[in-house]
Design a protein around this ligand. Structure first.
Ligand code: SAM
Length: 363
């Protein structure tokens, strides 16, 4: 199977979530026709591109040449084998992540069982990153009977890396097998061959205890922090691509939160992010809403439930008063004990900062 895939939706998604900082070195693992390498060439001095398929490397050379990009260091081989113990400031990979029985298509199935290929890639990326460097992957992962999918992904994250993992979609195993059989051109769903392939696929899932398959984004950032932060979340809603800056800012805020305990948070100043609106849900005419939602119109387009203190707090954040001073004012307004309020609110502030509703303001 020498097929080299063109640029698809997945390629564009990965290019969109990639942090685009000027760097010295970048690695595109499983380069295919070279689309990620071409993007990396815009902001990396040296680009290395690998693929198991030698034809892909010839495509990549052509892609770069046609676009007038500098030549890349092209290496044939599997996973990290062609780069040995070299390290990079940026690693990107849209790997052959499809979980399927047997390895039929090189561009799609890595030839490893289940989600082992994605797991190895993520696990082995840590030691190939320079400090502060990012690694971005698209991946599929199994939802296995008796295991939380979040725990499975946490176990993939290498030491010395912060991680942000976003599950974008989940499909049950029948949908999944149908999708990828169709994708590979097996349209004749009434044929005996189709039925056999379909059954083999479901048998394989059965044998692995797999109930569903998750698809999403995995970003690592190499850190020297004693306690790296690992966030695994589900966000299936529309987002605003390109998200590269949003991804970078997410990791920067994680670093900020790590460096600020609750007392430091209360002494700090925050600004409400741009284009955040408040939505209230409740009975028409009722004085108090049943719940309040803050919604971001940019980036991840997040929405989060807040209580009235949280909403009031966010509304006042223009960077001029410290968080503690704002809480004291709210306490007075609602007749609550300011000490108790200072005690219970930092957790909520932390969440609003983590999700990008509140941004640390320079004091
Ligand atoms: C889904 S394509 C991605 C192509 C391109 N990077 C993009 O983003 O559109 C996956 C690529 O990984 C290559 N590949 C498959 N198994 C591999 C392995 N074990 N090591 C490295 N590359 C592999 C395939 O040949 C294919 O070009």
């Amino acid at each position: 199977e020498g097929v080299v895939l063109g640029v698809g939706g997945a390629s564009t998604t990965l290019a969109g979530i990639t942090v685009r900082l000027p760097v010295a070195s970048a690695l595109d693992l499983g380069t295919g026709s070279g689309i990620q390498a071409l993007h990396a060439a815009q902001h990396a001095t040296r680009v290395t591109a690998t693929d198991l398929n030698p034809r892909a490397l010839r495509f990549t050379r052509l892609t770069l040449a046609l676009s007038g990009a500098p030549e890349a260091d092209l290496r044939e081989g599997s996973l990290f084998e062609p780069v040995g113990d070299e390290t990079y400031d940026l690693i990107v990979s849209n790997p052959p992540f499809v979980i399927s029985p047997g390895a039929r298509l090189t561009y799609r199935d890595g030839g490893m069982g289940g989600d082992d290929l994605c797991r190895s890639l993520v696990q082995e990326a840590g030691e190939r990153l320079n400090e502060g460097g990012y690694a971005h992957f698209l991946a599929n992962w199994q939802h296995v009977e008796g295991e939380e999918w979040q725990d499975r992904l946490r176990s993939w994250v290498p030491r010395d890396c912060d991680a942000w993992i976003v599950q974008r979609e989940v499909q049950d195993i029948t949908q999944y097998a149908e999708l990828w059989l169709r994708d590979a051109g097996d349209h004749r769903t009434d044929s005996a061959e189709y039925a056999a392939r379909y059954d083999a696929w479901l048998d394989e899932f059965e044998a692995r205890g797999t109930r569903a398959v998750g698809f999403g984004w995995i970003t690592l950032r190499k850190t020297a922090a004693a306690e790296p932060s690992v966030t695994v979340e589900e966000w299936p809603h529309p987002v605003e691509q390109p998200l590269g800056d949003t991804v970078r800012e997410f990791f920067e805020r994680q670093e900020y939160l790590r460096a600020h305990d609750d007392a430091a948070l209360l002494a700090a100043h925050f600004k409400l992010a741009d284009e955040v609106v408040q939505e209230q849900v409740g009975l028409p005419g009722a004085e108090d809403p049943e719940h309040v939602v803050l919604r971001q119109n940019r980036g991840m387009r997040r929405a989060t439930k807040v209580d009235t203190v949280g909403a009031g707090f966010a509304g006042v954040c223009d960077g001029s008063l410290s968080a503690g001073r704002i809480l004291d004012a709210i306490a007075q307004l609602v007749g609550e004990d300011p000490v108790l309020l200072r005690d219970r609110t930092p957790a909520q502030i932390r969440l609003l900062v983590e999700q990008g509703f509140l941004l640390p303001a320079s004091e």
